[in-house]
Design a protein around this ligand. Structure first.
Ligand SMILES: Cc1ncc(COP(=O)(O)O)c(C=O)c1O
Length: 309
């Protein structure tokens, strides 16, 4: 498969309008990865690109992955299957749906085979008894982990940094499984500082996951892992935990969208941006610093009750 099939032009970088940043003399900009592709958007494209290429090269016809009923990753894998000619299997956490979520309805419309698993089995993933049945039933498949984070996903995310053509001091992203930030860290080569905002409570456990993903990436590249010191996690901006919101977060989204004229989701990018704005307010950055925040997409999961502009 030619690399060209996966070519996307660099995503734009645009200023963020924020009176907080203006007062602090900080240049705050956003890299609009949400605009990569309408369905395989943001970090999903970055994470899937080399996985899809690898699956094609190795002759796989089917992709299998895992996710919750509102998973951006599952949505993107289903769309990628249709676009690049793979069958797809989605193993879903939980069976309690009277009606499929909009994400799962979309996945089904892309012909993804949905397997709804009890939560206990889901926790075991490929070690579960149900997985043996899947292996017996389907000939072979290329497996992509939950959230899409593996060494090839990290490689894809390093390209976010390669596309940046302006000088900057900081780059920031939302963190779930840690694959995206691992790619940013590797792409930065220990220059500049990477700030990760975990969207789950107790995000400190992520540090070792990120280290592990970096190790896998450098192993795959046949290089020794450098002793990176250029990244930090800011764990105070989960707003109650994964997929939780607070009135404060909702009013941040409304204000931010009005001032900036583009949409952000409440699960990932809004928490990251609200966190960065708060850090600016607290004087974390000096006058003249440039911060590049990454819009990692996820708009398919944006709450419908957040008004459309
Ligand atoms: C829209 C969006 N942004 C950010 C993230 C966090 O990325 P990661 O899981 O690589 O930390 C995710 C989850 O994958 C996501 O769906």
């Amino acid at each position: 498969m030619s690399e060209d099939l996966f070519y996307k032009p660099p995503t734009p970088i645009q200023p963020i309008h924020s009176s907080v940043a203006e007062k602090a003399g900080v240049q705050w900009v956003i890299k609009r990865d949400d605009r990569i592709d309408p369905q395989i958007s943001g970090n999903k494209w970055r994470k899937l690109k080399y996985n899809l290429q690898c699956a094609k090269e190795q002759g796989y016809k089917t992709l299998l992955t895992f996710g919750g009923a509102y998973s951006n990753h599952l949505y993107a894998v289903a769309a990628a299957g249709s676009l690049f000619g793979f069958e797809t299997i989605g193993i879903i956490r939980g069976q309690e749906f009277a009606q499929l979520s909009p994400t799962l309805q979309f996945a089904q419309s892309c012909h993804m085979q949905l397997e709804l698993w009890p939560r206990e089995e889901y926790r075991l993933k490929e070690k579960s008894e149900l997985f043996k049945q899947i292996q017996e039933h389907y000939d072979s498949f290329y497996m992509i982990p939950e959230g899409g984070s593996n060494a090839l996903a990290v490689k894809g995310c390093t390209e976010i940094i390669e596309e940046i053509d302006i000088p900057f001091n900081y780059v920031s992203c939302a963190c779930g499984t840690g694959g995206t930030i691992a790619g940013l860290i590797a792409g930065l080569h220990d220059k500049n500082i990477c700030l990760g905002i975990p969207v789950l409570k107790g995000g400190d456990f992520l540090k070792s996951d990120i280290q592990e993903l970096l190790s896998q990436y450098y192993l795959q590249e046949g290089k020794t892992i450098p002793p990176f010191r250029n990244w930090q996690l800011e764990t105070n901006y989960h707003f109650g935990g994964y997929a939780k919101t607070t009135p404060e977060l909702i009013s941040f989204i409304h204000r931010f969208e009005q001032e900036n004229n583009f949409l952000i989701d409440q699960v990932y990018t809004a928490k990251m941006l609200a966190g960065i704005e708060d850090l600016i307010l607290q004087g974390r950055f000096k006058r003249g610093d440039t911060i590049i925040s990454i819009h990692t997409g996820g708009l398919q999961g944006r709450l419908p009750q957040l008004s459309n502009m």
